[in-house]
Design a binder for this molecule. Sequence first.
Ligand SMILES: Cc1ncc(COP(=O)(O)O)c(C=O)c1O
Length: 434
Amino acid sequence: MVDDGLSGSARDFRVPGGPDLLTRGDAFHRWQDGRRRNGVWPYSRATESGPATACDAYDDAGRAQRGVNFASQDYLSLSAHPAIAAAATETIARFGVHSAGSAVLLGNTSISVALERRIAEFLSMEEAILYPTGWAAGYGVIRGLVRSADHVVLDALAHTCLQEGANAATRNISVFRHLDLDHCRSKLRSIRAKDAENGVLVVTEGLFSMDSDTPDIIALQQLCREYRATLLVDVAHDLGCLGDDGRGQIGIQGMLGKVDLVMGSFSKTFASNGGFVATNKRAIKEYLRYYSPSTTFSNALSPAQTAVILKAFEIVGSTEGHILRGKLLENVTFLRNSLVERGLEIFGDPSAIVCVKVGAENLARVVSRSLPDMGLLANLVEYPAVAKGSARLRLQVMAGHSRSDILHAAECIRKAVDASVDDLMHAAGRTQAA
Ligand SMILES: Cc1ncc(COP(=O)(O)O)c(C=O)c1O
């Protein structure tokens, strides 16, 4: 029965009023609970088995689910790799479980220092600095470098960590249409027409996490040079897993070592929490160490996390890594083809992120509700995370998925969409009749 929980969005509760902060969550919670009761709150699920390709989970109302898992971010399937697990346990035996300090105050280990070197080498940059998460890196690099008189020019779909970093740093924020170089140029031109004194940071991603598309990084860097701006590229979703050598879009576009600032996350391909910023200037690394609050005043990655990431870099750079990337791309191509053959619409270019367009939020919620019962775990992405009316299922492919996992996913989605369209039509018919 399709009824409640299908209207409204999280956006409706972003700016609640009233003097009592402790009531701020009430209206949101009521709305969320309506969705939960109707089985259309697919968020905050928990797994019983880690991010495996088939996964036991339960939703946040406690209902058990089991299915093929396209909802985890583990693109090269490294989180279950035996060498990664061994690196973690050996490191815990040697260093214990905790960094027990920020990188500034004895939170570094010989492994974290080696990891910073490895990241810089991998990207052909001079320096890299670690952050506790990718989010902290995106936020922190902007907050650390940009001051209130400076400007930030963001791609419209830049990740929330980049938007929040910009909001915390300055009011001078401009947004250009997604991937639109001409619009970016016109923003830079009008900023520089009025302000030759202050800094300008242009922010984009190597691979966008909802649309799976990519900017022209060469042209953006060139544009930045023209207008004395600095380019920051977030490579969270492409580093390690995309491109022949795993250097992501920066490598594919021949820009290794040539982008002003590169930031990334380890949580998609490198089997751990954590993030980094890479730069060609030691002075920038040192400045961020002491002026970027999300690293300066936050405990460093744990020794086990740094060892996992370092081992993941070793695998990513090896023949095995090359084979895993090949397997991932095969899986991505097979999934995209299987979806299209079934008349489903997908976004963007081949990458580990395969988003299937559903459209209306109510339909997408009903589709997403039916998937676990059919044996598929996939994430629902809806407004305001994406534009209104552009709700989608986001599937994140792993090297470890099998062909039958992929066929199963495509079949489930086709069936779920058809059944949900029928469901909603019947519900609308009943409402009209009543
Ligand atoms: C583009 C992008 N940047 C940064 C992050 C934050 O990374 P993390 O989850 O490792 O904190 C994410 C994660 O969702 C992301 O998609």
